[in-house]
Design a protein around this ligand. Sequence first.
Ligand SMILES: Nc1ncnc2c1ncn2[C@@H]1O[C@H](COP(=O)(O)OP(=O)(O)O)[C@@H](O)[C@H]1O
Ligand SMILES: O=C(OP(=O)(O)O)[C@H](O)COP(=O)(O)O
Length: 391
Amino acid sequence: MKTLRELELTGKRVLVRVDFNVPMNEAGEITDDLRIRTVLPTLRYLLEQKARVIVCTHMGRPKGQRVEKYSLAPVAAYTAALLGQPIPLAPDCVGPDVVTAVEQVKNGEILMLENLRFHPEEEKNDPEFSRQLAMLADVYVNDAFAVSHRAHASVVGVTLHVAEKAAGFLLQKEVEYFQRSIGIPQRPLVAIVGGAKVSGKLEALRNMLGRVDKMIIGGAMANTFLKSQGYAVGASKVEDDLLSTAAELLRQAKEKNINIYLPVDVIVADRFAPDAICKQVTIQDIPEGWMALDIGPASVICFNEVLADAKTIVWNGPMGAFEMDAFARGTMALAHTVAASHALSVTGGGDSNAAITLSGEASNISYMSTGGGAFLELMEGKVLPGIKALD
Ligand SMILES: Nc1ncnc2c1ncn2[C@@H]1O[C@H](COP(=O)(O)OP(=O)(O)O)[C@@H](O)[C@H]1O
Ligand SMILES: O=C(OP(=O)(O)O)[C@H](O)COP(=O)(O)O
């Protein structure tokens, strides 16, 4: 992968694919700007080099149509404020009006294109649409790690039509931390996997089992593993169709001599609500009709012990329904442990990052990946098409 510093950029039109698909509230305000802040070094460098910068991104899933609530106007304004420089928004991402807007961008100036997914051709990796995007630029830069698992026109197709292509600083950093944490980690490597479902993380669990020294499983997905071992999990979220798969994974881990740590106690609630009645029980004592919504304090002590000698920690998925205060304690406790550890710690996933931010420990984690699906695909052992396309 070529990097930005290897390119001659002055006066060049540089098309930068970023992932500014940031969460927004109903008032249209950005509620988490990690994906914008982490791309600023690339944008600043390009502007310092007096490139003519054209930024493009998708936002949401407008299904190939122009949907006003997915316009990038608020994102352009927000980024401009962070950068301290105006960022006009082009009326579209391809077409004659966009060509005109790009022509007006001077050295050291920046323009943002409108949402790429307003065109169905983007997600289809359409060759003609890719060519039209490429026509806008002399150099293409991918700094959109979080969408690099999608073989879309602005991520893959466009690379076939540009004279020069390179990875931006964020993409470079993501790849570097992937290498250090999952590729060639310092051992012991401990993975912490949690979140809602086993099904979404099955491949990641399988691949990581071949790489880790130990694995901690918490969150709702632990219920399926516990039930597969004969524990009654009451009304907890469970994937009954994956019980034998879960049992098989545990068996395989044993064969490989890899310890998997499941919760030994949980916080159960009488319903899925912030004001539910809660109690702390061992996994042997989950009452019928109650649901496990967090790991308990004994599990926290146990998991802390597992993490004590880790040299590398990879974390994806919270330990409980942390969005509700009553069920956030387990995830918060683990966030503090990981933050205090001397291990290289890498986390990924929107909810995991939100939980770490909530714990106040974001600055004590070695690296918070901006990817959710993309991070998971790396955990699955896949090569991301957007990264491959830069080769
Ligand atoms: N025990 C549980 N019961 C129900 N939901 C849970 C439980 N543990 C975690 N969750 C939910 O899992 C969701 C996060 O899962 P996931 O999307 O896999 O994480 P990430 O976005 O970090 O990849 C959160 O919304 C959280 O409330
Ligand atoms: O937010 C994103 O993915 P993520 O929720 O998996 O982190 C990316 O912008 C990709 O979006 P997509 O899943 O609609 O292709």
